[in-house]
Design a binder for this molecule. Structure first.
Ligand SMILES: Nc1ncnc2c1ncn2[C@@H]1O[C@H](COP(=O)(O)OP(=O)(O)O)[C@@H](O)[C@H]1O
Ligand SMILES: N[C@@H](CC(=O)OP(=O)(O)O)C(=O)O
Length: 493
């Protein structure tokens, strides 16, 4: 019988430097040595900032800015060599790592050349860009594997083959230096995962696999989209029938709001798949929005944990949710636009909803939120960058003597999320009152059993997030200066 496995995914912040990679290696070694945990399979992201750097390299290569391109390549090489010096002692392991890194960097340089030529001929630039973008993960697996071995745990980077087989990306017409996510092919990925991972596991060797990347059946490298390593970890986890997936990042778990924007956030110990999916849909960067798709229907739990404080339990995402009344978390999704389709004869919006959303989908825009409708109008928000294409398609395809289409840019969605939100009849009122008290107008809104979504102007969105968090989740208690006690008063006197 095959041994049961758990998947540990380490994000870019967790592998951001040699010192951090050593910390990751010690977590991997501890997991391997813990008899109560299944055998670990590791999925890693690129060192933080490296995918951005690779996409700059891709852009410079395509636009013929050779000097800038070469400068970035030199900086990228140095970053990985510095990390290599930190994760290994001089000796055999260091020599092996440097050799592997040099070989990988040479292949990256070749792929950049191929991209240059592709841009000149206009041939498959998007696939060549994905190949360049995937090198961040292909470099970091070498560092993590070497670091893990120095902790006495046998580990090997999975580098010759790619685990995730995917479709090609849908839209080949991306601007230079941009990658679009491709959809994984689950059955093919399952076969690869068993062929590539299980022999290592059976031999007691920890597999270290590159997140984010995939490959088409015809052999082209793809990506699962920006920040897609979380998603790749659950795709690989599902393919391996893993017991659970741990996402290691730089915060203690899923919090009541983004701690970079709100001061007094709290850890959410437990979330249902639906709650967590909603949080990431509405902007919580801690999880990629597609992460839960491969595993939720199989009840495989996901734990979000801090690689800097691994002793903390983190957040468990599973079938059972956050069982409190009111909002559990507040998120913001920015850079949205509101599209309103209105019939001039005051009739027919519900009948035409299917056509409206089909046209939006054709423009590659899923409605982020559907805000309001009546017999003669329908309004929904989409990502601002897709809005012009959606409006153009609507105007082109709908009878403009009967329909008008309007667009309002510069908006954001504030989502107050929690399955218990509607248990408390005061919740929605408190959310709107919180915004009103800060003079933040609500442009539109939508509600469901899982919470309420308030559309506000983008420029007010961070302020809106803070006041909603303060009034719905964690009041900010002002520091009160107590009057001097008797003793202090005597000393002052
Ligand atoms: N509700 C939330 N809970 C926790 N973190 C959040 C939340 N919303 C946004 N974040 C942000 O997500 C970040 C982690 O995601 P990311 O930077 O992609 O990490 P990684 O490099 O590990 O993939 C955190 O540092 C935090 O600022
Ligand atoms: N490195 C890729 C994929 C990724 O998910 O990274 P992270 O785990 O650091 O968010 C990116 O930056 O898009």
């Amino acid at each position: 019988m095959e041994q049961s496995v758990c998947v540990l995914k380490f994000g870019g912040t967790s592998v951001g430097s040699g010192e951090r990679i050593r910390r990751v290696a010690s977590i991997v070694a501890d997991t391997l040595n813990d008899p109560t945990t299944p055998f670990p399979v590791i999925v890693v992201s690129a060192m933080s900032g490296v995918t951005d750097q690779l996409l700059r390299i891709a852009r410079f290569a395509c636009s013929g800015e050779s000097e800038s391109c070469d400068q970035e390549l030199v900086a990228l090489r140095q970053k990985h060599l510095d990390a290599a010096a930190q994760v290994t002692q001089a000796g055999e392991e260091r020599a092996r790592l440097l050799d592997e890194l040099e070989h990988a960097l040479e292949r990256l340089a070749e792929d950049v050349q191929t991209l240059r030529k592709a841009a000149a001929s206009g041939d498959m630039v998007h696939l060549r860009t994905a190949t360049v973008a995937s090198w961040g993960e292909r470099l970091s697996i070498l560092l993590v594997a070497a670091a893990t071995r120095t902790y006495g745990a046998p580990a090997e980077a999975v580098r010759k083959e790619v685990i995730i087989t995917s479709h090609p990306p849908h839209d080949p017409s991306q601007p230079f230096g941009v990658v679009e996510g491709a959809d994984p092919l689950l059955e093919e990925t399952r076969v690869n995962a068993h062929v590539l991972i299980h022999p290592l596991v059976e031999a007691g060797i920890v597999p270290i696999a590159a997140g984010f990347m995939g490959r088409t059946i015809t052999g082209f490298v793809t990506t699962l989209g920006r920040n897609g390593s979380d998603y790749s970890a659950t795709v690989i986890g599902a393919a391996l029938d893993c017991v659970d997936v741990s996402i290691y990042t730089d915060v203690d778990g899923v919090l009541t709001a983004d701690p970079r924007l709100v001061a007094n956030t709290r850890l959410l110990p437990q979330l249902s798949y639906a709650e967590a999916a909603r949080l990431s849909w509405f902007g919580a960067k801690v999880l990629h929005p597609r992460t839960l798709i491969p595993i939720a229907h199989r009840n495989i739990p996901v734990r979000v944990r801090n690689s800097f404080r691994p002793h903390i339990r983190g957040t468990i995402i599973g079938p059972v949710g956050y069982a409190q009344s009111g909002a559990g978390a507040i998120t913001i999704r920015r850079n949205l636009a509101l599209i309103t389709v209105e019939s001039t004869d005051l009739f027919g919006a519900p009948e035409n909803a299917g056509q409206v959303f089909a046209l939006a989908a054709k423009a590659g825009a899923a409605p982020v939120a559907i805000c309001s409708s009546s017999g003669h109008h329908l309004s929904f928000v989409v990502d601002e960058k897709a809005a012009d294409t959606v409006v153009a398609l609507l105007q082109h395809n709908m009878d403009t003597s009967l329909w008008s289409v309007s667009l309002r840019r510069g908006l954001a969605a504030c989502a107050c999320i929690g399955s218990g939100f509607t248990n408390d009849p005061m919740s929605a009122g408190r959310a709107i009152t919180a915004l009103a008290s800060e003079r933040i107008p609500v442009v539109s809104q939508g509600a469901s059993e899982q919470g309420i979504t308030l559309i506000v102007e983008d420029r007010s969105s961070e302020r809106a997030l803070r006041c909603l968090h303060r009034d719905l989740i964690a009041p900010v208690i002002p520091l009160v200066r107590h009057p001097a006690t008797g003793k202090e008063a005597r000393r002052k006197a």
